[in-house]
Write a protein that binds this ligand. Sequence first.
Ligand SMILES: Nc1ncnc2c1ncn2[C@@H]1O[C@H](COP(=O)(O)OP(=O)(O)OP(=O)(O)O)[C@@H](O)[C@H]1O
Ligand SMILES: [Mg+2]
Length: 260
Amino acid sequence: MSMSEPIVDIRNLSKQFTSHDGGLTLALDRVSLQIEPGQFVSVVGPSGCGKSTLLAILAGVMDRSDGQVLLRGAEVKGPRRDVGVMFQEALLLPYRTVLQNIMLPAIIHRLPQAEYLERAKQLIKLVQLEGFNDRYPSELSGGMQQRAAIARGLLHDPAILLMDEPFGALDAMTREQMNLDLLDIWSAARKTVMLITHSISEAVFLSDRVIVMSPRPGRIVDTLDIDLPRPRSLAMMATPEFGAYAERIRARLGLRGSAE
Ligand SMILES: Nc1ncnc2c1ncn2[C@@H]1O[C@H](COP(=O)(O)OP(=O)(O)OP(=O)(O)O)[C@@H](O)[C@H]1O
Ligand SMILES: [Mg+2]
C-alpha cells in the first residue's frame, strides 16, 4: 500500500431504508469520504443524520444502496478482521467477564486462543483495568465498561477502529479523562480511528479531521483539518484556535452562538 492510498475510500455512498409500512427514508445521500492511514477522524451531525448507518456500512454489517465503499483497496462485503467496532448500543455482554468480553473477537474470528489471551491481558493493562479480568460488566463503572469495550475493539489488531458515540453516557469529567485515555491508546497502538460523536469539543480535541454532516438525508457539509499540535492537552480547549474550529462547526450545524 502506498503512503497516499487512503485506508477508507467511500465514494457517493447512499443508503435508503424501507420501513415496515413501505415508507422510504433516504439516510445517506452521496457521501464521499477518504481517510488516510493513522488518521483520527470524527464525524459530527444532528441525531438521525445517518452517522450510525455510515459506520454500520463501513463495518460490513449493513448493505449499501448505492456507491462504493473500499477498505484498504478492497470492497466491503461483510465484517472484516481488519476492522474493530464499538457500536452505539451493546457495549459488553453482561454474562461474560471483562476478560471473556475482550476475548470475543478471537472467538468470532477463530484466532489462536492462547496467543490472544496474552494479548487480551496486555490490552487490559493498556486500558488500565488490571485486577478486573474476572469481574462482570455490571460490577464496573460506565467509564471502565467503555475502556473494556475499547480493549475488545483492539484485540484482533484491526487497522481501523470504528467508534459510535463511545462516551455518550459519561459525565463531563469522566468523559474528558476518557478522551485523554483514548489519545494515549491511539498513539500507542497507531490505529486509524473513525469516531462518531455529538460533542463538538470532543471532535476538535481528538481529531486530525472533523467531518460535519447535514440533517437527514445525511450529506457531508464541511471537512475541517484540525491543525492543533500533538500531544493534545485539555488546556488547548481554551485557546482561540480551538474556539475558532468549534465555532465553525457550530455554524455549519446551524448552531451559531448557541452553547453546545
Ligand atoms: N434499520 C432501519 N430501518 C429503517 N430506518 C432506519 C434504520 N436504521 C436507521 N434508520 C433511519 O435512518 C436515519 C439515520 O439513522 P442513524 O441511526 O444512522 O442516525 P444517527 O445519525 O446515528 O443518529 P443518532 O445521533 O441519534 O445516533 C434515521 O432517520 C433512522 O430512522
Ligand atoms: Mg447513531
